[in-house]
Design a binder for this molecule. Structure first.
Ligand SMILES: Nc1ncnc2c1ncn2[C@@H]1O[C@H](COP(=O)(O)OP(=O)(O)O)[C@@H](O)[C@H]1O
Ligand SMILES: N[C@@H](CCC(=O)OP(=O)(O)O)C(=O)O
Length: 292
């Protein structure tokens, strides 16, 4: 089943890339070839008249690498210092690559308050609107160097939910999360070889949430848990969401062309689509698995 008519007309798109997508697995260095392709794809989407907002992870991992630390930073202060170093390097690299195509970019660093406090939300929305109007591509990350979220939430922030909040804030039409895996399975396939792939999700319930486990590798942070949390925020605000594998960065183009890539989470407004999807071996209720 193609996704014709659902994704091709999306204008405002938030695309999130995880650390694993933009760095080399073996060394943790920036994957320049991948980043170059990513930047070219984004500029081209912008040239076609789409409005692109990037949420990019990588500050902590790249900072750790730049500083030559062999182990993951053990303390919050060390993580925050890594993030402060890495964010500069990350942004410098994006700027350099986008500059090749004359595409302007802007760094937007947010804290949780930026999206939960009404006054901050208003200001942030105005800034995004203005940047988009100016045809600048905002590159968003959490302001890790000063963020205190880990004290509240028990982790060092997570860009999956941040991306969903941004998508909601800017009234995006589509949120794409580029991960190190092709989408949602019925269980973590790295742990369970019998896990089955889910193409389309039309409603999130407790059973689906239980399928999503944490991160398996050394570089990722949230795993599928934070992606489902992101999907809940996105679909509740009318934003469709796709999780796809960042290994093939060109899949962004395929997603935009309506090809059946990754897992599509249909937003609350997609009632017609939901009824037209056939459940083949569906896992449960509103969850549509293995739809062809
Ligand atoms: N149900 C599931 N389906 C797919 N992947 C899962 C699931 N549960 C846990 N995972 C894990 O989530 C990982 C992706 O998240 P993460 O490590 O944070 O990477 P990234 O930041 O690149 O998205 C996968 O590599 C996988 O090991
Ligand atoms: N804000 C942090 C990333 C947090 C995060 O969610 O990372 P990831 O799981 O790689 O998307 C950073 O830039 O390192």
């Amino acid at each position: 089943m193609e996704r014709k008519g659902i994704l091709e007309n999306k204008k405002r798109i938030v695309i999130k890339v995880g650390t694993t997508t933009i760095t080399h697995e073996e060394t943790g260095n920036i994957n320049l070839e991948k980043l170059e392709k990513f930047v070219r794809i984004l500029t081209n989407l912008q040239n076609k008249g789409r409005e692109v907002i990037v949420v990019s992870s990588g500050a902590v991992g790249i900072g750790r690498n730049v500083l030559g630390l062999e182990q993951k930073p053990g303390t919050i202060a060390a993580k925050q210092a890594c993030a402060a170093v890495g964010q500069g390097r990350l942004m410098m690299t994006y700027e350099k690559l986008f500059n090749e195509y004359g595409q302007l970019t802007a760094q937007v660093l947010l804290t949780r308050e930026s999206v939960t406090n009404d006054e901050c939300r208003k200001k942030a929305r105005q800034t995004f609107d203005e940047l988009i109007r100016m045809k600048v591509i905002p590159i968003v990350n959490e302001n890790d160097a000063i963020s205190a979220d880990e004290m509240l939430y028990g982790n060092f922030g997570d860009n999956d939910t941040l991306a969903a909040y941004v998508a909601e804030l800017v009234n995006a039409d589509l949120l794409i999360l580029m991960s190190d895996i092709e989408g949602l399975y019925t269980d973590d396939p790295r742990q369970n070889p019998n896990a089955r792939f889910i193409h389309t999700v039309a409603g999130i319930d407790g059973q689906l949430e239980k399928m999503a486990k944490g991160a398996f590798g050394d570089m990722g942070t949230g795993g599928m848990t934070t992606k489902i949390a992101a999907a809940k925020i996105a679909i509740a605000s009318g934003v469709d969401m796709v999780i796809a594998n960042g290994k093939n960065i060109y899949s962004i183009n395929d997603i935009m062309a309506g090809k059946k890539i990754g897992t599509l989470f249909l937003s609350a407004g997609q009632e017609t689509m939901k009824t037209s999807i056939q459940t083949i071996g569906g896992c449960h209720g509103q969850l549509y698995g293995n739809v062809r």
